[in-house]
Design a binder for this molecule. Structure first.
Ligand code: GUN
Length: 299
């Protein structure tokens, strides 16, 4: 498509539609199994950004009928204190999802915390098992932001198979898992990162460009192929308080066929996929008699 201007993808509307479907699944769980999905969120410290993310996760739970539990620990908390909470939640049958908000204070090792979470309750998809499962397409839970990107493409009927996907940003949370998930759908995938030379020569090849670099205005129109699908995962607060993505939205929308706005695009989907994973976990717990996972699910 080479029209005048891209279709602006309404992440908020997609999220609203999915949440309505999830609400029905929660009611079905309650009616058929007497189960209410439960999500536990562990927040360490008092970062304003983390508090705001956690608030929107808890509000999302309320919206679809998931029970939530917030465990707040001081910035001085020890790793042992966090692990103790995780152990308790791993053993609690009312808790179907456990999420530790990142980043953690420096005295706590992120890997040791994430790996203590039961794989069966790892609704963030950050456990090493789930990360590794991305390579073979056998995750127990897909990580929420990449899953949100995938759902957006699916919702807009944008095919992935055989298309050139360029992912800008190689983080463990977004860039790498997004690349692996789209490769699993038979896209031809390229990952660019901070050390990539001449970024534009790669982005120009993209039929689907996913940008998660955390750099405002990194992607300008000269770097985008006419008719490309542009998914902006960036979320940057400027000095004047405005929230912008990584893409020059006004410029690139004239060249792309589809584009996600910031805010109102991918951001809306991340929490929605967390709600999805928590419900899925509760559905599995309610219907499975044995663990479906080929490894012990508690540490
Ligand atoms: N910090 C920033 N993004 C995320 C996320 O998706 N999950 C968690 N747990 N922490 C984050």
């Amino acid at each position: 498509m080479t029209g005048e201007s891209a279709k602006i993808i309404d992440g908020k509307a997609i999220a609203k539609k999915l949440r309505a479907e999830y609400h029905v699944r929660v009611e079905r769980l309650r009616d058929q199994h007497g189960v209410t999905p439960g999500l536990a969120v562990i927040l360490v410290g008092d970062s304003a950004a983390s508090q705001s993310y956690v608030r929107s996760k808890i509000a999302g739970c309320r919206e679809v009928g998931i029970r939530s539990e917030l465990i707040e620990l001081p910035a001085t908390a020890t790793e042992a204190q966090v692990l103790e909470q995780i152990e308790r939640l791993n053993d609690d049958p009312q808790t179907h999802g456990i999420l530790v908000q990142l980043p953690l204070p420096a005295q706590i090792r992120v890997a040791s915390v994430l790996e203590r979470i039961s794989v069966a309750k790892d609704v963030d998809g950050f456990h090493l098992y789930n990360m590794g499962g991305l390579v073979t397409g056998s995750t127990v839970f897909s990580p929420c932001t990449p899953y949100g990107v995938q759902k957006i493409l699916e919702h807009e009927n944008i095919p992935v198979e055989g298309r050139n996907v360029v992912v800008v940003g190689a983080s463990n949370i977004v860039g790498k898992p997004t690349a692996l998930m789209l490769m699993q759908q038979d896209a031809t995938v390229c990952i660019c990162h901070k050390k990539t030379r001449d970024l534009g020569q790669f982005t120009l090849l993209a039929d689907i460009l996913v940008v998660a670099a955390g750099v405002p205005n990194l992607i300008v129109p000269q770097m985008v192929k006419t008719g490309a699908v542009v998914i902006d995962v960036g979320f940057n607060r400027l000095a004047d308080g405005r929230i912008v993505g990584d893409v020059d939205f006004e410029g690139v929308r004239r060249k792309a066929s589809y584009i996600t706005p910031v805010p109102g695009g991918v951001g809306q989907m991340t929490v929605t996929m967390l709600l999805h994973n928590t419900i899925l976990s509760a559905e599995r717990a309610a219907t499975a008699t044995v663990s479906p996972f080929p490894l012990r699910t508690t540490a």
